[in-house]
Write a protein that binds this ligand. Sequence first.
Ligand SMILES: Cc1cc2nc3c(=O)[nH]c(=O)nc-3n(C[C@H](O)[C@H](O)[C@H](O)COP(=O)(O)O)c2cc1C
Length: 366
Amino acid sequence: MQTLPSLTIGQHTATYPIVQGGMGIRVSGAGLAAAVANAGGIGVISAVGLGMNSPYFDIEEKNPKTRQTQFFRANRLALIDELRQARALSPRGLLGVNIMVAARDYETLVCTAVENGANLIFSGAGLPLTLPALTAHRPEVALVPIISSVRAAQVICKKWQRQHNRLPDAFVVENPQAAGGHLGAKAEDLGDPAIGPEAVIPALVSYLAETFDQPIPVIAAGGVCDRATLLHALGLGASGVQIGTRFIPTDECDADRHYKEFHLNADPADIVLVPSPVGLPGRALRNAFVDRVNAGEPSDPKEQCFANCLQVCKFRDRRETYCILRALDRACRGDVENGLVFAGSSVGGSDRIQPVAEVMVELVGG
Ligand SMILES: Cc1cc2nc3c(=O)[nH]c(=O)nc-3n(C[C@H](O)[C@H](O)[C@H](O)COP(=O)(O)O)c2cc1C
């Protein structure tokens, strides 16, 4: 059986070329990230909306200004808690934090992550052009933009080099045709082979190898769920893979048991696209909530924007779609019919809720 290579990103080397994708809200917290790190991969905490379900935030606070200030403070404090807990569970493992550029508290969360022991920062949902400046005092923290096109990688490399004299330590290439969560392509473009991994990964690997002296590994995300799909991604030239969906039905995943069971009992026929308030489609499991959204039903009039959490939000500005924080939070707390359950197209790859260590053994070969 083919032995898998290790994965070096900046100053950090993981035994296996497996990154666990950051999954919000609280689907990948300290529990899942530490378990993947302990099994030789890179564990990633998703920073998005951690304050929601934390002791630091009361959604019932009446004063909107106070509520918003409290929310951003709660996100920061909850991220510190999560990193401390993950480090206690995995003293020597590689731990990353996934922070969306689209979050209004992006800068605070990046600074919080690097000050509290994150080894790597993964950053997408926008171009992370300020990331090197925010982390300049911690050069040991590896910086990994998440992109879906070679063009985006080129823009990032050129701007980082010119403005910060630094290059990314790796790129995650998110395949919009298979990945769970927000997609970096419009729904009508999803059938285009030019945006698939067979086109993008070899082209990005060649561009990076031909343009720069230092190695910049490419990590393939989306649709990797077993050893065969992992080896396929490595065969395209990727140095590693990022996996989200396959890690959800695990003992250590931080979501409610009902969320994990909903994933466990789903199969690819249950996957649908759903519009999101940020403007791009998301890939999710079909449920009553998604059916309502896709039917264009207006959201509950009692639901108001409570935290002004995103740079761009159709719900806040025009009451279109829905409040994504509430929808993700409801789901991960177990209300799987009235919440948004993101999932990749490879859902259904597990036959029971397993320990992460077992999933890792299946992926890397026993
Ligand atoms: C439930 C769920 C939540 C996600 N949340 C985020 C997130 O907060 N930030 C992000 O960059 N990617 C997010 N993703 C994408 C994952 O990090 C990962 O790249 C993707 O799931 C890979 O595809 P796969 O699910 O087919 O393995 C999410 C995916 C899922 C399934």
